[in-house]
Design a protein around this ligand. Sequence first.
Ligand code: PTJ
Length: 250
Amino acid sequence: MSEIAADPSHPRYQSLLMRHRLEEAEKKGMLAGSALIAHGRGEAFDYLLGEQTIPSAMIATQQAVALMASANHPIISLNGNVVALAGKEVLHLAHQLKCPVEINIFYRTPERMEALLFHLNEIKQQEGLDVEIFGAEPDARIPGLEGPRANCSKQGIFESDVILVPLEDGDRCEALVAMGKTVLVIDLNPLSRTARMASVTIVDELTRVISNMNRILLSDESPQQVEKYQNAQILQEALAHIATFLSPEV
Ligand code: PTJ
């Protein structure tokens, strides 16, 4: 790690650490060619949010945790960026929720699948976590999608009722909603098709969300659904926050 990225007192420490994690994952063959572009877009939106968890994102996070905790077949879908940025923390989340994860990547190649599975199994072993990892042998397809990105596991994503899909693409989000699933997404861009299609949209940075979720589950109180939750209002509040950021009072 570069000297700056290793120094937690550096003002850009978190951002540098995330970039470092992506660089390392790239060397291990885990990432899609466009992974860094996707991350850059996320960084730009995070800047507009003030690199913080805004109140509406916290409400969406609480709703998502409550829905996962009360689901019959919850699952967390993982792609290259998510494994690179928060592989360990996501496996802890799955362990706490007692739910499986599935590697379900947009740009699917056998080499990437192998690298991602190897990385996650290594973390699972090191951390002593009890989490089932699907994705190695897809045996079902998400209806309405073409090509390898439709592949999934019958016992995993296909049969899930509530699915957490951080950094999902719009098509797949739409296809999962069309299957009747409750789809929970994490996306820093409140204008993306994914953000607008999902049942619950957490407009916040992935690693902050996962650590908030783990914290909620570690607290003594059992997660409760938010009364009269309205996802459109959550998106509106994120946009309003950005608008305030763009026109600060001087
Ligand atoms: O590993 P694969 O093959 O499944 O590919 C993964 C990527 C992310 C490359 C692929 O899904 C992709 O191209 O995604 P998009 O369509 O660029 O969308 C990524 C969305 O995630 C954008 O709206 C970004 O703003 C958002 N985003 C990026 N980084 C973060 C993020 N949201 C939250 N936290 C982040 N760290």
